[in-house]
Design a protein around this ligand. Sequence first.
Ligand code: SF4
Length: 385
Amino acid sequence: MSNDAVELSDEDFLVEDYESEEEGNLGGGKSKRKVAGVSLSSSSEEDEEDGSGDDEYEEDKKLQVYFCSRTHSQLSQFIKELKKTVFANEMKVVCLGSRRNFCINEDVLKLGNSTRINERCLELQRNKNKEVSKIKNVGAGGRIRRNKASCGCPMLRKHKLQKEFRSMMSQQGALDIEDLVHLGKSMRTCPYYGSRSMVPVADLVVLPYQSLLSKASRESLGLNLKNNIVIIDEAHNLADSLISMYDSRITLSQLEDVHSHIEKYFERFCNVLGPGNRRYIQTLMVLTRAFRQVFLKDDRSYGDSCRDTEKASGASGTSTSSMAINDFLFSLNVDNINLVKLLQYIKESNIMHKVSGYGDKVASFQKNWHLMAVKTEALCPVSKH
Ligand code: SF4
């Protein structure tokens, strides 16, 4: 591709072949080729991708204390207090947080919101691993054009620096998020992955609620609740945190965007997709179309049944209702879709990242094309006689 060095080609958005396994086996399908060892867990913020979890810390399992609190500032406060005690230097302490708090890659950080930061970081790790396998395939004497977008995060390129980061952490005692970010910046290595790789040897792990409450996060961090001690700070916040972890909201316009992105993706790639991918992507379209009906139907029934009540009560704008999951699926005629398998496909195939990446590319192409058209018109106005 002629423009390979500056931007991703359409093929970079092509999802890998997906094989579906037997019905009833909730192990479900799997990608033929694992995406570079990267696991996109449901909490895609937690993963174990860069291989920096070395064997060097393979020690006998020891008693660990997990201290968790709701916010990062509360965790930092706890570390500050801990530093005033003798324990700060006697115990190995590690403080965990989100990429948003830890990331030191300015290009990634300026994306602003946590989801985009997580996704970009994971994308960089995947691209790095793809690049490594490309180089291996070409062989020692071969030449390859390095794709600018495929270089991985510069803060993770030197494995040696991650090792040094861990040794500095051990020497400096209890460090809070700010300290770790400062250390990462001064060493030019990622504090997010640096701190996570310290978990196996830590006596005390200080972490946000979500990292402890989500099974996927616990597994990726190697946290084992059995025979260890868990301290929950301000436990009255626990119920709200659990609700917010498993609560999802979507608006009609978001749903329409998702549906149109999937449709465009399918139009572009349907001829090259394998049967497994084709079937699941079509199922996704059926589902998003059905979910849209909820809003549209809701709007109509809202008009019929709620307007009078609303007028009477003075409320405006929203109608609410709740349904059991099975009733909901039956009402939309999608009760025949195996949601467990579909979810598994979404996680394993990485389809949503491909779809949204391709959607962004199309949108940016359309925007540039529009700007160019406006400029051309300004430079060469068409005379109307
Ligand atoms: S590897 Fe670290 S510094 Fe790089 S993007 Fe991810 S979180 Fe940010």
